[in-house]
Design a binder for this molecule. Structure first.
Ligand SMILES: Cc1cc2nc3c(=O)[nH]c(=O)nc-3n(C[C@H](O)[C@H](O)[C@H](O)COP(=O)(O)OP(=O)(O)OC[C@H]3O[C@@H](n4cnc5c(N)ncnc54)[C@H](O)[C@@H]3O)c2cc1C
Length: 461
């Protein structure tokens, strides 16, 4: 049989191309991919420069070979899974921090650099990159840009899109484009930069990014409030945001999520809904904490305590480890699908209540947590994959929550992207006309369907 990817040996060095079982297996899905859903690429490549990305894409596009960008594989919607096989383009060797410009509050990076490495590179200048997701130390800047990731600090600082100034990206036919500007604002032409952000590897491969940075706050304090019910915790969060409390993090941790965290880390978090908070300021932080205390007070918290720094680090680590805690909780159960709906903040208590009621009615264990200040709810419905009836029940609850979020003028996905798993909801959320417009953009920039085919649009398999 002829090897459709033989051309790669002309374009890259030997150690940049692998057809080995192990390399293909490792890139057959992402964090969320069930073993039976994995799809192996025919070949894995590791480009080391923009020119190499361009050369591989141009040659693949000419020959009709699909190319799926792959970074750290921590995505939660199958984005990096090579649905139509072909080439998995692993971006992790392009991992340099190219330049730090403290005077401009900017850093230039290659896409394969880990988020935490960017923070480390700018720390000595008193700067940081605020929108890192909880997975910031295991995922890459390229993956974050491609999914428009966001994290615990988004409530104060915004999402990744808000911190990307300029991008270099390679289109499906190998054309290298620069989008956006190093200037803080630009009105020059179409905003290609924000089209590349969130493209999930379907329009362009990001090869360089100029990121905006913020000064590290001089004062940081964290704490935790405990509430009687998820509904009151949700209402307190909404009230804090509506009242203008200046929080840098405000995270919901439901009772079952706390139980999972306790089982995973041997901690003794209370068996009640909690809200973890963190405040950032250069002065007067106590005033903001008092303000939050007053707002929370109207919702009768069982407790609201500020923590010592090391206690707070432990709590945030627990919150970050939730995905691991879920995985390890019961080997016979796994989440049907990672939920990341996001609604306008006024509807947050209602989506929390709705989710809880649907899971209870269906008699399914469900962990609730999330970057609640953004109206974001993570809900993980656990099912036994060998029990098809339970899986169906779980899928039905999962879909009902997504549909309800859309009904509330929210979104099916606040941070993980559409990927494979949320394609059925795209039209429901945006309408047929908007999806047709997205399709036209895809067809114009990638007429041969080379880049990450099978994602975002449900008309592609
Ligand atoms: C424990 C855990 C916690 C998480 N917490 C959060 C969170 O708080 N917030 C959040 O938003 N997400 C979160 N995620 C999801 C995930 O980490 C993010 O989506 C992350 O941005 C993916 O980055 P990655 O490097 O792993 O990309 P991958 O998973 O490898 O790829 C993701 C997508 O980006 C595309 N891609 C990758 N690199 C490029 C490139 N250079 N150019 C073009 N396309 C590219 C891929 O084709 C794919 O579609 C979490 C995941 C885990 C496992």
């Amino acid at each position: 049989m002829t090897d459709a990817c033989a051309f790669l040996d002309e374009v890259l060095d030997d150690e940049q191309v692998s057809r080995r079982e192990h390399a293909r297996e490792e890139r057959s899905g992402d964090w969320s991919t069930a073993p039976e859903a994995a799809v192996r690429p025919d070949v894995v490549v590791w480009p080391e420069s923009t020119d190499e990305v361009s050369a591989v894409l141009a040659a693949a596009d000419e020959r009709g070979v699909p190319v799926t960008p792959y970074a750290a594989g921590t995505g939660l919607e199958g984005g990096a899974l090579p649905a139509q096989q072909g080439i998995s383009m692993d971006m992790t060797r392009m991992d340099e921090v190219l330049a730090v410009r403290p005077a401009d509050l900017q850093v230039d990076v290659r896409p394969g650099v880990l988020g935490s490495a960017v923070d480390e590179a700018v720390e000595s200048h008193g700067l940081f990159f605020p929108p890192l997701p909880s997975s910031g130390d295991i995922s890459t800047i390229g993956g974050m840009i491609a999914t428009d990731a966001s994290g615990m600090q988004t409530v104060k600082y915004g999402e990744v899109a808000d911190w990307v100034l300029e991008l270099e990206a390679v289109l499906a036919d190998g054309t290298v484009v620069t989008a956006g500007s190093k200037a803080r604002k630009t009105s020059a032409g179409y905003n290609l930069k924000d089209m590349v952000v969130g493209n999930e590897g379907t329009l362009a491969v990001v090869t360089r990014a100029t990121l905006d940075l913020a000064g590290r706050p001089r004062q940081i304090r964290g704490g935790r409030a405990v509430f009687e019910s998820l509904a009151t915790a949700g209402a307190a969060i909404a009230d804090a945001v509506q009242s203008g409390v200046d929080v840098a993090k405000i995270e919901l941790v439901g009772p079952f999520a706390a139980q999972l965290a306790n089982a995973y880390a041997g901690t003794d978090l209370p068996d009640s809904p909690m809200v973890f908070v963190e405040f950032h300021a250069d002065h007067g932080i106590e005033n903001e904490i008092d303000f939050c205390r007053t707002v929370f007070g109207a919702h009768d918290p069982i407790a609201f305590e500020m923590a010592a720094d090391e206690e707070m680090d432990e709590l945030w680590q627990l919150r970050k480890d939730m995905a691991y805690a879920l995985d390890e909780y019961d080997p016979d159960l796994r989440p049907v699908h990672p939920g990341d709906v996001t609604v306008p903040i006024g509807s947050f208590p209602d989506i929390v209540r709705f989710a809880r009621e649907r899971a209870d009615e269906a008699d399914l264990p469900m962990a609730c947590y999330g970057h609640a200040g953004d109206g974001n709810l993570h809900y993980e419905i656990l099912v036994d994959p060998d029990d098809p009836e339970m899986v169906d029940r779980g899928e039905a609850v999962y879909a009902a929550i997504v549909e309800q979020a859309i009904e509330m003028d929210g979104t099916a996905t606040g941070e993980h992207g559409i990927g494979l798993g949320k394609r059925e909801f795209l039209e429901r959320e945006h309408g047929a006309g908007a999806v047709r417009a997205m399709r036209s953009i895809k067809d114009a920039l990638d007429p041969n369907g080379t880049l990450n085919p099978g994602k975002i649009f449900s008309d592609e398999e």
